[in-house]
Write a protein that binds this ligand. Structure first.
Ligand SMILES: O=C(O)CCC(=O)C(=O)O
Ligand SMILES: [Fe+2]
Length: 320
């Protein structure tokens, strides 16, 4: 059924650098000039990593200029999922901020990591012939969180709950274990005091039993503190949650508008349902103006062999 398109593809591989198993999991800060394998190794071992020089202050400011009008339209915060009513959001973020779309989401390092962790390549049999087909990752959701002082901590959770993911306890990482890879780009310095994301390095290898964070709930929990320009990447199975932003720090230029603002993007595999329905969120006339990688990640390219078609064809032809 349908023409089979065979495509050469970079060979999928697992990191073979075995890190010291005695070293406890932590979140590593790595410069983007490091080899891709360093990021893969960190994600496999810790479930997360910080890119030290992901972007710069000027680009972050540009992104904020683009999202601010959308934030200002919202007077009350969203109350869905892990959001508790105070956090303002900018949904459909890929369409509303060109900077987020082309500079952050399309970032080659993030996309290479998505391809590594979420790209699928599977060999099946068609009669006596082995056929290998490929499915690229998709954008699952893009959203800005704008979190004011007075916001309590979220419960620690795994974002792949949305896909009903199940996990078996493992000693080491096996490729294909995860179906989501998240990218958090904070537009301000994030620290414990303004509710930096609480993360549990190593928890991506845990099973589905009730997690034990010790008597005070902090065992194994670290604050993903970041300076502007840094970005945090995590697997969908990592336990995490927004921290408590108890009170205004009063350190900003204008304490009255002080916020923790974070652009968040999640990619999923090409065979999972996207959190945000891309074809209803981003009009085709807009998509035509996006870069090719973004078009593909929004679903305007089929997943081989036979998913995501229009008239039995890969939908790129509709963007021509
Ligand atoms: O606020 C954060 O840093 C994380 C938000 C989050 O994990 C969520 O809303 O699912
Ligand atoms: Fe989350």
């Amino acid at each position: 059924m349908g023409e089979f398109i065979s495509q050469a593809r970079k060979l999928a591989w697992s990191s073979d650098k075995s890190s010291d198993p005695a070293e406890p999991p932590s979140v590593k800060r790595i410069s983007r000039s490091a080899p891709l394998s360093d990021f893969i190794e960190a994600l496999e071992k810790d479930g997360c990593v910080i890119i030290k020089d992901f972007t710069d202050v000027a680009t972050l400011k540009q992104s904020m200029d683009e999202v601010k009008p959308w934030l200002e339209k919202q007077d009350t915060g969203a109350k869905v999922g892990a959001l508790q009513g105070k956090t303002r959001t900018v949904t459909k973020l890929i369409g509303r901020s060109e900077t987020v779309r082309e500079k952050f989401f399309a970032d080659p390092l993030y996309q290479d990591l998505c391809e590594h962790f979420l790209g699928l390549e599977t060999t099946h049999w068609y009669g006596p012939d082995p056929l290998t087909t490929k499915s690229d990752p998709l954008l699952s959701i893009s959203i800005t969180f704008d979190i004011p002082p007075g916001t309590p901590a979220q419960g620690l959770h795994r974002d792949d709950k949305n896909h009903h993911a199940r996990h078996s306890k493992a000693k080491s990482y096996e490729k294909g274990r995860d179906l989501l890879l998240g990218l958090f780009v904070p537009a301000c310095n994030t620290m414990k005091a303004n509710g930096a994301t609480r993360i549990v390095p190593g928890s991506h290898l845990w099973g589905d039993e009730m997690p034990d964070f010790g008597p005070d709930g902090n065992e194994g929990v670290t604050d993903a503190e970041m300076q502007m320009g840094e970005a945090f990447i995590m697997l969908g199975s990592l336990y995490h949650g927004g921290g408590a932003y108890d009170k205004t720090l009063g350190t900003g230029e204008d304490a009255a508008t002080e916020r923790r603002t974070v652009h968040a993007m999640f990619s999923c595999t090409g065979v999972h349902r996207q959190e945000e329905i891309s074809f209803l969120s981003y009009p085709i006339e807009d998509v035509k103006t996006y870069s090719k990688i973004v078009q593909e990640r929004l679903g305007w390219k089929q997943s081989e062999p036979n998913l995501g078609w229009v008239d039995l064809k890969s939908p790129e032809f509709m963007l021509a």
